[in-house]
Ligand binder design. Structure first.
Ligand code: AMP
Length: 287
């Protein structure tokens, strides 16, 4: 595996691959890699002959300086994992390469009704503008055929899809299912910041969400079920619970009732101490 940190080096490499007829996939990450990230690499390897993984902790998508500072950075270990998973190129630019002095242009996906409204966009000011800007840059830098994202960050995937459609970017976005620990907790780089006791509480997030999704699928009143899930999360020790919402998958419109034939997702974010956890799961009506 080659590690590249410049756009020129990256472009030369991708050009060579494309001239040889290879399809190329990219897996954007912020590092501190785990099996969830590696599942995206596996999906990329199954669909493309060449795979780039990017590791870049994007400062402009953080609304909280502490969160940015304490975000785990483990580049050497990440590089080993990516190499073992069969990645061809690790692209790891520095902050000053991505945002050199004078950098002034950003993609705005907020303030417009649609996929970036509410949920994580409601509580994290400017977050999705920062995500859209860095993903747009990464897609234009790598010029790949496919880009792989996790459904763990469901709203992020929909924001990226919207941007790719709106800006006619020549890339196919592939969404991959959430990978979980044996007890159901979604894998996340932030999990390693949980104290042992918080880790025990954390599993209540998928457990309560799964039960709520089952109730809703069985016909429970949606606002009542959502309020009940939120209060169960508080009782379990989450503080605060940012949101528990039912949204249509396609356009992320909030739903107060289930409607047959519309794919829907239960989405939640809640805090344990200074660690913010999110999760999401499909709600399927019985056949
Ligand atoms: P991050 O490094 O947290 O920005 O995540 C990079 C990519 O990995 C994003 O597309 C995430 O949605 C995806 N990802 C993170 N955790 C998981 C997981 N548990 N399962 C699948 N994909 C994940």
């Amino acid at each position: 595996m080659e590690t590249i940190s410049t756009v020129a080096g990256l472009r030369a490499c991708v050009r060579k691959w494309k001239q040889a007829g290879a399809r190329v996939g990219v897996v954007p990450t912020m590092g501190a890699l785990h099996e969830g990230h590696l599942s995206l690499v596996h999906a990329a390897r199954a669909q493309a002959e060449r795979v780039i993984a990017t590791v870049f902790v994007n400062p402009i998508q953080f609304d909280n300086a502490d969160d940015l500072e304490t975000y785990p950075r483990t580049l050497e270990a990440d590089a080993r994992l990516l190499e073992n998973a069969g990645v061809d190129v690790l692209y790891a630019p520095t902050v000053s390469q991505m945002y050199p002095p004078g950098f002034a242009t950003s993609i705005s996906v907020s303030g417009v009704s649609g996929v970036s409204e509410g949920l994580c966009g409601g509580t994290r000011a400017g977050h999705f503008d920062g995500v859209a800007t860095v993903v747009c840059k990464l897609l234009m830098q790598t010029l790949t055929d496919y880009a792989f994202f996790g459904e763990k960050d469901f709203q992020q995937v929909q924001v990226v899809r919207r941007m790719v459609t709106d800006l006619d970017l020549p890339v196919e976005i592939v969404a991959c299912p959430t990978q979980r620990e044996a007890d159901g907790l979604a894998l996340s780089s932030r999990n390693r910041r949980l104290a042992p006791q918080q880790r025990q509480i954390a599993v209540a997030l998928p457990r309560i969400m799964r039960a709520s999704a089952a109730d809703i699928a069985a016909g429970a009143d949606v606002p009542v079920a959502l309020a009940q899930a939120a209060s169960q999360l508080v009782d379990a020790g989450f503080d605060p619970v940012e949101y528990v919402e039912l949204r249509s998958e396609l356009d992320l419109q909030p739903l107060a009732v289930m409607s047959e034939g519309t794919p829907v997702r239960l989405l939640a974010a809640a805090w344990l101490g200074d660690v913010r956890l999110i999760d999401g799961m499909a709600v399927s009506m019985p056949e």
